[in-house]
Design a protein around this ligand. Structure first.
Ligand SMILES: Nc1ncnc2c1ncn2[C@@H]1O[C@H](COP(=O)(O)OP(=O)(O)O)[C@@H](O)[C@H]1O
Ligand SMILES: [Mg+2]
Length: 427
């Protein structure tokens, strides 16, 4: 029962299951992840990886609540590198479905097959299975009809799955990803060394060709990725994808910074596209604010805003002279060595700085910024658990409630063309 309650928090829909299983596969060092679903995942979800696999005893424990092999000391939660660390996902998933785990450790003589139904282990058998792990989840929410009723059409659930998987694929070009729906292959992206190649696989050559590589660092915050050229615009803001520490996140500070970077460059009602990867020093970001872990809290949102804004501005400025071909992140890394400071005074940089300063000033003076700070101090003082202590501020947003509403809006239907989508219109 406790697991079913927890499941409601973590598992909203088939895409949440795919997310948890794929993150586990990535944590296990998989180089190939194949996802196969039936009926939008309502009938069946299979995630197969070629990662480390599990020893039999570990596999038996994996479905217990708080069974995690990834967290050794409590302090580690602050600087955790793996996606998982709560040990809740498999417990939750297996409590609301029929789950089968087939797993074999590397070079082990034999593997294991475990069947779990509504949280009860039915059988544990030796099995001749390939190295790695294959998890099959059937009859999702069969025991929780109220939840099952909320699932949308197979097509919609599939779009959510595809959407999330493509976002994950963008961050991990060295891993091969595929998605199959029934008998139809939705996509198959082989592993590639060049992140720009993965962008082309995921977004298509045309769309990728409309992007400029960007790279910058400020206040210890590193920003890399791609942004759309100044002359390009899109009808919705959901083409703005952001990642923190390799995790897909949704965050209003990041979205605001992207939109402000294009201020006055795009026609009214049109939006830029962006794929942005942020790396922050440990302690500067809390990814632990929500079990789904798509929200983050920055200790210093103003610095994040400024780093993103400056990086994009610089890329747009450089892009005016650049050829139309896609520049990869690799190219930029070498460019960057010769000019480590991203805010350069020369070569048109003064216009960049002027615009940047203007946006920063406007951002600092935004309504609610003072209230946000005083709220922050209060909540820091009152914090009783470490999550609140680490989560310091959500600049521009009034508070957590705001962030929740924002996330809820982001749950709108994804794009029908299977491209990454999901970010809400910035109000
Ligand atoms: N695909 C996989 N390959 C290897 N080990 C796995 C895999 N999936 C789950 N596990 C093991 O099961 C444990 C529980 O998984 P999960 O419930 O997602 O918790 P968490 O990821 O937070 O540790 C993991 O810590 C890991 O040891
Ligand atoms: Mg996990």
């Amino acid at each position: 029962m406790a697991n079913q309650i927890a499941a409601g928090e973590v598992i909203e829909r088939p895409a949440s299951i795919v997310k948890e299983l794929v993150e586990n596969a990535l944590d296990a060092g998989a180089r190939r992840i194949d996802v196969s679903v039936r009926e939008g995942g309502r009938e069946e979800i299979i995630v197969q990886d070629d990662g480390s696999g599990m020893a039999r005893a570990d596999a038996e424990r994996a479905c217990l609540r708080h069974a995690t092999s990834k967290l050794r000391e409590i302090d580690e939660i602050e600087r955790i590198a793996s996606y998982g660390f709560r040990g809740e996902a498999l417990a939750s998933i297996s409590s609301i479905s029929k789950t089968t785990i087939e797993t074999c450790e590397n070079r082990a003589a034999e593997g294991t097959c475990i069947r779990v139904q509504q949280g009860k282990v039915l059988e544990v058998l030796p099995a001749g299975v390939p190295e790695g792990t294959k998890i099959t989840v059937r009859e999702l929410f069969a025991s929780v009809p109220a939840r099952r009723k909320f699932l949308r059409t197979a097509q919609t659930e599939l779009a959510h799955i595809s959407d999330w998987l493509l976002r994950a694929a963008l961050a991990r070009p060295e891993v091969a990803f595929s998605l199959t729906h029934g008998a139809r292959e939705v996509f198959r992206h082989p592993a590639v060394a060049d992140p720009g190649e993965r962008l082309r696989q995921v977004q298509g050559a045309t769309r990728a060709g409309e992007m400029l590589a960007c790279s910058g660092e400020a206040h210890g915050i590193r920003v890399t990725g791609w942004v759309s050229r100044a002359g390009k615009s899109y009808p919705q803001s959901k083409a703005i994808l952001s990642y923190v520490g390799g995790r897909v996140v949704r965050d209003r500070v990041l979205t605001r910074a992207v939109l402000d970077a294009y201020r006055a460059l795009l026609p009214q009602g049109r939006y830029p596209a962006a794929v942005l990867f942020l790396e922050l020093p440990p302690g500067e970001v809390d990814v632990n604010v929500h079990p789904g872990k798509v929200e983050v809290r920055f200790a210093n949102g103003d610095q994040v805003y400024s780093a993103v804004l400056r990086t994009i501005r610089q890329a747009l400025e450089d892009g005016i002279q650049a050829p139309a071909a896609l520049e990869t992140r690799g190219d930029v890394a070498s460019t960057q060595e010769s000019s480590p400071s991203m805010v350069r005074g020369a070569s048109g940089g003064s216009e960049v700085s002027a615009r940047v300063e203007e946006s920063l000033a406007r951002y600092a003076a935004r309504p609610g910024s003072r209230e946000t700070r005083s709220y922050t101090i209060r909540s820091t003082e009152q914090a009783t658990d470490r999550r609140d202590r680490a989560g310091v501020s959500v600049p521009g947003g009034s508070d957590r409630q705001d962030a929740m509403e924002f996330a809820a809006k982001g749950d709108a239907e994804p794009s029908s063309d299977g491209r990454p989508a999901g970010l809400p219109r910035f109000a």
